[in-house]
Design a binder for this molecule. Structure first.
Ligand SMILES: Cc1ncc(COP(=O)(O)O)c(C=O)c1O
Length: 365
């Protein structure tokens, strides 16, 4: 740190130049985040000072968090679900597994996850001392209920399935896996960090949310398809009382107990998420999802026309290809199996898709 502070002019000119080193979302097809909606940014700024870690000081913001959870709970057919705003899918998944572990104290606890699971489960299992049983996927890149049934035992504290897998955009067969969880009396967590704000707006998706009685908890991230400001995730629980097992005493705060993982928690992204969901409503979100799905189909059609077949037909807006190219000027990513992976977020408009396909066409010529 300098002895004497910088001038604001000098400082912001430096910050602007640093910021200009960042990539613009225009040509990013590898991210599950997107530009926040302007309404989210405005709400975020209004709540910039708020700290949900000491909610008694910010009762207004605390009420907004409750409203956000209620909105998401209603979307998932359980308006009375318990929940709180996390920093994202990683924290939500860690907290869900913490609850599952506390609910079933066994000597050598294990968790069954699909091979498609996000690496947040590696972190969670490491932190919580859980054996991670990763089960292979079926030919459609989904979790196989029969394999889950073969893997579960008396030490299994949780089964995890995914709605909108990170790499291939698939929705696991939630009802069938729920049946296995139910038969074995095991906590069933659905990681819908990405797909939770996509699946409710798709036609013909089998029930996956709290309408499935065995679903114990759901992770969903407004900072992904909810176009909120970062960081905003949420963990919802069927039984709000189940959070109680995480409570610790917080003697010097305005509340006496806390079940969250983080202490200090920003209210600003919660306001951002609330604002954007309220502003768009189901109709607006549905229009955004249908645009992203349309663009996903167009990209698949265009890539296949150039001879790069899809790996699988995705359930949500993630498209993967058997394509070795690295399109110049674009950001794509690779799955663990080496397939080209693209995420058709709201910033990936139809024009962006056509421009990407042009690049592929030129490289193919
Ligand atoms: C399915 C799924 N779960 C969890 C996460 C982790 O979310 P975050 O990076 O917000 O912690 C991701 C991130 O892409 C994800 O796709």
């Amino acid at each position: 740190m300098k002895e004497n502070g910088s001038s604001e002019k000098e400082l912001f000119s430096f910050l602007s130049s640093v910021r200009s080193d960042d990539l613009s979302y225009d040509r990013i097809l590898s991210s599950m985040c997107t530009r926040p909606h302007p309404v989210a940014v405005r709400a975020h700024m209004l709540f910039i000072e708020t700290n949900l870690g000491d909610p008694g000081l910010f009762p207004g913001t605390m009420g907004l968090e409750d409203e956000l959870i209620r909105m998401l709970g209603s979307l998932f057919h359980h308006p009375d679900a318990g929940g709180y705003a996390t920093s994202g899918g990683t924290e939500s998944n860690i907290q869900a597994l913490r609850i599952a572990k506390k609910q079933k104290p066994v000597a050598r606890p294990n968790v069954i996850i699909p091979a498609s699971a996000h690496f947040s489960f590696d972190k969670a299992c490491d932190m919580l001392g859980l054996e991670m049983r990763s089960v292979p996927l079926d030919a459609t890149y989904r979790m196989n209920p029969d394999t889950v049934a073969e893997t579960v035992d008396s030490n299994t504290v949780a089964i995890v399935s995914i709605v909108g897998t990170t790499e291939y955009g698939m929705i696991d067969p939630i009802r069938d896996i729920a049946a296995v969880a139910g038969e074995n009396g095991v906590f069933f967590h659905v990681d819908a960090a990405f797909g939770g704000l996509v699946a409710p707006f798709l036609e013909g998706i089998p029930p996956w949310d709290f309408t499935v009685p065995e679903v114990s908890s759901i992770s969903v991230d407004p900072h992904k398809m909810g176009m909120s400001t970062i960081p905003c995730g949420a963990l919802l629980l069927r039984d709000p009382g189940a959070f109680g097992c995480l409570n610790v005493d917080t003697p010097y705060l305005s509340v006496k107990k806390e079940c969250t993982l983080a202490g200090t928690r920003p209210g600003a992204p919660v306001a951002g998420a609330y604002a954007v969901l309220q502003y768009l409503g189901r109709e607006g979100l549905s229009a955004i999802v249908s645009g992203c799905m349309e663009n996903t189909r167009r990209l698949i059609e265009g890539m296949e026309a150039y001879g790069y077949p899809r790996i699988v037909t995705p359930d949500v807006n993630v498209a993967t290809f058997d394509c070795p190219l690295t399109p110049e000027g674009w950001r794509i990513s690779r799955t663990r199996q080496g397939h080209m992976r693209t995420v058709l977020m709201p910033h990936v408009t139809r024009d962006v898709v056509e421009s990407f396909l042009c690049t592929i066409g030129e490289m193919n010529a």
